[in-house]
Design a protein around this ligand. Sequence first.
Ligand code: ATP
Length: 150
Amino acid sequence: EKVQIAEIINDAIQDMFLEIKKKHLSLERNVPGDLPLINGDKGKLTNILTSILDNAIKFTPSGGLITVSAIEEDENVHIIVSDTGIGIKKELMPNLFQRFYQVDASIRRRYGGTGLGLYICKNIVEGHKGNIWIESEEGKGTTVHVTLPK
Ligand code: ATP
């Protein structure tokens, strides 16, 4: 299935729009209209974006900013979701994509969960021959990168 990244991003933002509004977050979107199509599963890719946005919303205090960008690179389309939230402790960074981390009980109790964690995101992205990685600074914010081959 040929998938339009701009459409996936718009659908995911649509899914999360109420949550973004409820928390008084600002949303910035830098998505060109002429991105190349990618081969993939539209539903699964939308779920990934929704899950990444869900995290950005959950972990960003009221009044913060979420930025969703997409750029075309040589081989890939690169999607970038940044937030001005609480960030992630350095020592936790290596665990983010591990299965057990998805079910961290105290975080789950405090922030809730959709059941679609980063572990599942990574599996889906890799199933599309793409990559996912995260940069974060505690207290400043988090940036999630996803690349998908064109
Ligand atoms: P679910 O995704 O099922 O709703 P979850 O958010 O706890 O549950 P993951 O999406 O796998 O699970 O995320 C793992 C952990 O990574 C989170 O619990 C949180 O500690 C951290 N994390 C992920 N995204 C962010 C973010 N944008 N800002 C701060 N911490 C984050």
